[in-house]
Ligand binder design. Sequence first.
Ligand SMILES: [Zn+2]
Length: 203
Amino acid sequence: MDYPSKVLSKAVEEIAGLPGIGKKSALRLALHLLRQPASQGISLGTSIQNLVTDIKYCKECHNFSDSDVCDICSDEKRNDELLCIVEDVRDVMAIENTGKYKGKYLVLGGKISPMEGIGPSQLRIGSIEKKLNEGVVKELIFALSATMEGDTTAYYIYKKFKSLQVMFSSIARGIAVGDELEYADEISLGRSITNRTAYNEAG
Ligand SMILES: [Zn+2]
């Protein structure tokens, strides 16, 4: 498509670079911004800039944070004895939304997937080890997706740490097999974290 302005063309190109947005939608969004007061577009731009330059990862759990340690990890009212293993920060948000979990988290940053070339060394298994070595955690809860990759990841972690004095559990699988955790509805996710079951090698 030919654009009457290089500035517009560049903006459309950048917006269309986001997932799920085609050139047409990108143009619509750019034109929308031009119809709004300039302050709105400037505020959006600043917010995107802050997002990519200022966001930090919690050094304890790898959740997003505005400081070195996130609000969940620094909350003294939360139970240090429970450590919930999730793949992604979106899973932390999903579980937090249920309001049914008051322990801590550890964000793995993915799951073991030979197909995608992701092995244990690319995940934050070392951070789990560090947490467990502190000797406070009593229960390690797997809240991984009910997929082969999720199961493989849980099994790997279980095998690596099963000799330690820690209980292993898994969120109840009321969620249909193959569903990603982030898409589970709040009520069933809340129920599945409350009714978690002991983890054994059979999964
Ligand atoms: Zn944290």
